[in-house]
Design a protein around this ligand. Structure first.
Ligand SMILES: Cc1ncc(COP(=O)(O)O)c(C=O)c1O
Length: 361
């Protein structure tokens, strides 16, 4: 019997989610975000499943983009943070990567540059998130530099990112939507503002190109909502199995630190997954799991390779039985409820020692 920690990935659900996104923003070209190992799902395997269905793939670095070219991904790829070194501009031009410019240092790297092919570029503006991007007042100058550079393809795109779109009551949303709309009025090139939350919550943010990330993977993009509210289905189901089932006497301790003490004689199961697999130690006590389809809860601390569960609601459970940590039947939103953890963090934490297995269904 192998260890059993496995991330089952559904191609069908990935394409289903893409269809929901396209329905929410009809006929809008999209950059599918596959950065950070496709939010933990595997950048190569996810990109090859998506590339025929999307216009562009969004990555965080040239290394991620090159990894995709290396396996034969041909569709356009956007470097969402642009280049980190001037030399990367030449690679980007040769590989036809689209490049975001968000800082004056990147503009300086264009001086005197002659590229073999013109670069497709986006100018990123900070409309209020306070992360990357030119201040609104600096946009005319940055645009002029890009326009004057013979190695830059015209027209140039305008991009911004929303910091609070997942919270529809947050006042920053209107501020950002308004600032972007003002710039968009006279902008010649394509415009892009919407991430997952904005795609579903703010149709006025769709403009010319949408940039879905987390919703592609079947996770709710909006706070306090479930994926099913948007008809999204989980792409990843993380599962393992029981490797021990023992009757523990009343008052016995479970796990490191003795943080859980049985209040009656009870069956406690041990599952083959732990923080060394990316099943975070900081998950709340009482995190739900599904044993043979029945909801049980964690007890005690998660250790590196194992975690313990209270099997009182699943009295027939035995060694070898499957246990789902999140995914089909157990929304990831339920796992993080009441904690500081976000779904993206859980998904991107899954380690390579977990077996990744794509299914058609
Ligand atoms: C610039 C940019 N666009 C789009 C996305 C996608 O965001 P989300 O996962 O909220 O859809 C991200 C974040 O991952 C981003 O940084």
């Amino acid at each position: 019997m192998s260890r059993g920690a496995i991330a089952v990935l559904s191609s069908e659900n990935l394409l289903h989610n893409l269809a929901q996104i396209k329905a929410a923003a009809p006929s809008k070209p999209l950059i599918a975000m596959v950065k950070a190992n496709a939010f933990g799902h595997g950048i190569r395997s996810t990109a090859t499943r998506l590339e025929r269905h999307v216009d562009n793939l969004g990555v965080a670095s040239i290394e991620e983009a090159l990894a995709l070219r290396k396996i034969g991904v041909k569709c356009p790829i956007t470097l969402m943070e642009g280049v980190f070194e001037p030399d990367e501009l030449l690679i980007a031009a040769c590989q036809q990567f689209h490049v975001v410019f968000h800082d004056t240092i990147q503009l300086e790297w264009l001086k005197g540059l002659s590229l073999p092919r013109p670069l497709v570029t986006w100018l990123k503006v900070d409309t209020g998130m306070g992360r990357l991007g030119f201040a609104v007042g600096d946009v005319p100058h940055a645009l002029r530099v890009l326009k004057d550079c013979p190695s830059i393809k015209q027209p140039i795109g305008l991009m911004s990112h929303m910091g609070c779109a997942d919270d529809v009551n947050h006042p920053l949303n209107d501020i950002q939507l308004h600032a972007f709309a003002e710039l968009a009025k006279s902008w010649e090139g394509p415009k892009s503002l919407a991430n997952s939350a904005a795609i579903f919550a703010y149709p006025q943010s769709h403009y010319d190109v949408i940039r879905p990330g987390i919703c592609l993977y079947g996770v709710s993009p909006i706070k306090n909502k479930n994926a099913s509210d948007f008809n999204l289905k989980p792409v990843m189901t993380l599962q393992t199995r029981l490797i021990s089932v023992r009757k523990r006497p009343s008052s016995s301790f479970v796990g490191y630190g003795g943080t859980y003490q049985c209040d009656e004689p009870m069956n406690v199961g041990v599952i083959a997954i732990g923080y060394g697999d990316g099943y975070l130690r900081s998950l709340p006590p009482h995190t739900p799991v599904l044993v043979n389809g029945k909801k049980c809860h964690l007890v005690g601390r998660i250790s590196m390779d194992m975690a313990a569960i209270d099997l009182r609601s699943c009295p027939d459970a035995k060694v070898g039985d499957p246990v789902i940590l999140w995914g089909e039947g157990l929304p990831i939103e339920d796992i993080i409820e009441g904690s500081q953890i976000i779904s993206n963090e859980l998904l991107t934490s899954v380690q390579s020692r977990v077996t990744f297995h794509w299914t058609l269904s």
